[in-house]
Design a protein around this ligand. Structure first.
Ligand code: GLA
Length: 362
């Protein structure tokens, strides 16, 4: 057991496979270079003290009375993780967590999962808790589902935990396994934040999840992982439910095709799958916004871009583009200017490489 520890957990970018995680399908994602850092220390009292450098607020709460906070809702992610750890039988006592982050909030880059994962890792290091990496991700997901109330899948937490530099990670949510797929060195990832915050606590995410469950139930299968596009055409489903399911099944297929494309160095083929994914979000899943659509349309016309799509839950947030390494400045300049002209909004850019997952810094 150590008295103090510093942990870091990165944000993530979903590269292909949208809303497939809770449907037990496939996703290709990466951890990014930005994330949440927590300086943690043990306390002799049975309390949890949390302060955030981002918003300059702090809270103190008794371990015996951990409950969702309404005024300081930002703290619910770490509080939820500690509550889930205690409820799962892990032995820990008082601690103080000082949070700082260079991850933009509301950009769809999973700042909440990064905060959860950094918290779990800090508790693990301070109290010598024994759990493996996937279990850590699952405990954090449980905190988000049960404590914060978003019925999200495991993608964000698993990507933050398993990220690898220069590698994309291929997650299979049926078998709960991770593999790595190299990203060719001549490709980079460009994130463009539409400037319209994404709000996962909004009802749309949970609503989409329900529609997917309904589709699987109507098909008589456990999850959409077991559905095929041919089946979706032939079974009587209402129009909206069918489109939701087509998106999910199409996305999982695109992930597997994308892996083949990357393994044979066909970056343009991979990029085309990204564009197809965005079109499916627009038409079938209806989780895009007009701002994200403008960003993707502009990317399509800009030299040096292989592919582009919305990333993460949708309904705002960012796009991810696969671009030719070395072209970023020119691409950002062109797209930002046009985006402002067309929407009046400003986008902000982050150029990133697939990065290492969560770790103990000291
Ligand atoms: C959010 C959720 C994830 C996943 C994506 C969509 O990021 O937290 O679990 O469902 O949306 O793929």
């Amino acid at each position: 057991m150590s008295e103090t520890t510093t942990t870091f957990a990165p944000g993530r970018v979903e590269i292909l496979g949208n809303h497939t995680d809770y449907n037990l399908g496939f996703v290709l994602s990466a951890a990014i270079h930005l994330g949440v850092t927590i300086e943690a220390s043990r306390l002799s009292e049975e309390i949890l003290e949390i302060s955030s450098e981002t918003n300059q607020r702090s809270i103190s709460i008794e371990l015996s009375n951990l409950r969702p906070l309404t005024e300081d809702a930002w703290a619910n992610y770490p509080v939820g993780v500690i509550k889930v750890l205690l409820a799962s039988g892990f032995r820990l006592s008082g601690m103080r967590l000082n949070i700082s982050s260079d991850l933009p909030l509301g950009a769809g880059l999973s700042s909440s999962a990064a905060l959860e994962v950094a918290t779990a890792l800090a508790a693990k290091a301070l109290f010598d808790l024994e759990f493996e990496k996937m279990r850590l991700a699952q405990l954090c997901q449980k905190a988000e589902n049960e404590f914060v109330g978003v019925q999200s899948g495991l993608l964000d937490q698993a990507s933050s935990v398993f990220g690898k530099s220069h590698q994309l990670i291929l997650l299979d949510f049926l078998n709960v396994t991770v593999e790595t797929v190299s990203l060719p060195a001549n490709a980079s990832l460009l994130l463009l934040n539409s400037g319209v915050p994404h709000q996962l606590t909004g009802g749309e995410y949970n609503e989409r999840r329900k529609q997917c469950m309904l589709a699987a139930k109507s098909l008589g299968i456990k999850s959409l992982r077991d559905a095929t596009l041919a089946q979706l055409e032939s079974v009587p489903l209402d129009e909206v439910t069918r489109r939701r399911a087509i998106h999910v099944v199409g996305e999982s297929d695109r992930v597997l095709q994308g892996v083949q494309a990357l393994r044979s160095n066909r970056l343009q083929a991979f990029g085309d799958l990204m564009f197809a994914s965005h079109v499916s979000s627009q038409i079938n899943f209806e989780n895009s916004t007009s701002y994200l659509d403008v960003l993707v349309d502009l990317a399509r016309k800009t030299p040096g871009v292989f592919g582009s799509r919305l990333t993460g839950g949708g309904f705002g947030g960012s796009t991810v583009s696969l671009i030719q390494a070395g072209y970023a400045n020119e691409i950002v300049r062109t797209i930002s200017l046009e985006y402002h002209k067309m929407t009046g909004a400003n986008c902000s850019a982050i150029l990133t490489e697939p990065s290492e997952g969560a770790r103990i810094l000291s």
